[in-house]
Design a protein around this ligand. Structure first.
Ligand code: NAD
Length: 435
């Protein structure tokens, strides 16, 4: 299949081409973003492959459909840049990379903390200039510090585990508490308590209307004076102007960000020879206690390898008319949710979605046949299925006659869901994450 690959950097070209070696799709690479002015480049392509900042809106989708393109393959987890309803209306399928290394982002957050707290960025510049003075480089031990983690999903949990290894106290805040976090010694608190008690706050929740500007002037006023704020999640979680004010007053001790609310016009480009009109980012990078990286947290060999592999396998599945296990449906809504219907699960692809609905997006392949068996049996007997989660197990129960007839225990990634399917209805909500 001929595939137009947009926002294609050198590494995208190399690694997608390598992942495509066996499948043999015809990949046509473009540096440009996919948007209305570039959509004509997709002529003759059965699929387009896009990244976080491509603008796959209704107009682009209409043009794609008109040109015979039937698949949008996202090289990322998030799908906030795709108008899913318009895609469905145009009968265009959308696939994403359901998951890849959560270690990449968690480890990047830790790298920012270490660099800021030990002033590595400043020492690096000094020693290159022959300055071996220590004045101004006084750091602080991480051991014994309190770390507040907002969002204890896949990345938040990995981050928590690393920080526990440093001997930090862990405080968490999440709409859906995860007992794995408590097992490693973490404690859930209200957001205000987390802010007041944490020496370091790291954001690992998705951007939703509810979390937009979660870190604003009032939250910063509650923070422990001199705290470090880390955001590797989404720029819109943080009110940048409020953060700049807090840095200027000293209320915020340091800031490490990999994401920025206006990043679309800046990141993934070399603007070093241009005048950057964005005053906020310019002010941020001028602080000695701020480190900005350009959305690189996901950028490890392991993560990119997995992204390319999954993308090519989705394109192959589409070309062969097979089930699209990483399809994003227009009816998907973002977390949090605690219950969902899944009695519509009919085939392998849908059972894969059931797996996501039940356990987040972890690699728990063994649940697939189990779920299928249970679903078949429940359809036959009309029984209700119930999925219960605890810290160490996922239990799938058939609750016919009020008594469990089948159960399964296995590893789980994210406890907290109860799934009680009663009416056939398509529309399981799934975690929304983004690259
Ligand atoms: P996840 O879905 O596994 O975890 C997100 C957690 O946030 C869940 O536990 C969820 O319950 C919680 N949450 C949702 N709404 C909340 C709210 N209102 N308040 C508190 N907690 C809430 O996602 P993940 O894979 O851990 O990814 C987390 C985020 O990391 C993504 O949403 C994405 O924005 C970001 N990310 C960034 C990069 C990067 O390169 N910088 C790469 C991948 C992901």
């Amino acid at each position: 299949m001929k595939v137009a690959v947009f926002s294609a950097k050198r590494y995208d070209r190399e690694l997608l081409a390598a992942a495509n070696a066996e499948a043999g799709h015809e990949l046509v690479f473009f540096d440009d973003l996919l948007e209305t002015s570039t959509v004509a480049l997709t002529a003759g392509c059965g699929a387009v492959c896009v990244f976080v900042n491509d603008r796959v809106d209704a107009a682009v989708l209409a043009a794609l459909a008109g040109g015979g393109t039937g698949l949008v393959a996202l090289r990322c987890t998030g799908f906030n840049n795709v108008d899913l309803k318009a895609a469905a209306a145009q009968s265009i399928k959308v696939v994403r990379v359901t998951e890849y290394s959560p270690y990449s982002v968690a480890e990047h957050a830790v790298a920012l903390i270490l660099a800021l707290s030990r002033k590595i960025h400043r020492a690096y510049n000094r020693t290159r200039d022959g300055n071996f003075e220590l004045d101004g480089l006084l750091g602080a031990d991480l051991h014994g510090r309190t770390v507040g983690i907002i969002g204890t999903g896949k990345i938040g949990l990995v981050f928590a585990r690393i920080m526990a290894g440093f001997g930090c106290q862990l405080i968490g805040y999440d709409k859906i508490p995860n007992s794995d976090f408590e097992v490693m010694g973490g404690r859930y608190e209200q957001l205000s308590n987390l802010a007041a008690r944490s020496d370091i706050v790291s954001l690992h929740c998705p951007l939703t209307p509810e979390t937009h500007y979660l870190v604003n002037a009032s939250a910063l006023a509650l923070a422990k004076p001199g705290a470090i704020l880390i955001n590797t999640s989404r720029g819109g979680l943080v009110d940048t102007e409020a953060v700049i004010a807090a840095l200027k007053s000293g209320q915020l001790g340091a800031l490490g960000i990999d994401v920025y609310e206006q990043e679309t016009d800046l990141f993934f480009q070399d603007l070093s020879s241009t005048i950057i009109p964005d005053d906020l980012i310019q002010r941020l990078v001028s602080f000695p206690n701020v480190i900005v990286t350009g959305h690189q947290a996901f950028f490890t060999r392991e993560a990119i390898g997995k992204i390319c592999e999954t993308t090519i396998s989705s394109i192959s599945a589409y070309a062969e008319g097979g089930p699209l296990v990483h399809e994003v449906h227009a009816s998907f809504k973002s977390l949090p949710y605690r219950s969902a219907d899944f009695s519509w699960c009919e085939n392998g692809g849908d059972v894969e979605l059931l797996r996501e609905a039940c356990v987040g997006t972890g690699p728990i392949a063994q649940e697939r046949p189990l779920s299928a068996t249970l679903l078949r049996s429940s359809r036959r007997t009309g029984a209700t299925l119930e999925v219960r989660r605890s810290s160490a197990s996922l239990e799938v129960l058939s609750t016919e006659h009020q008594a469990p007839s089948t159960s399964y225990k296995g590893p789980v990634l994210r406890p907290g869901y109860e799934v009680l399917p009663r009416h056939a209805k398509r529309g399981v909500q799934q975690p929304s994450a983004s690259c």
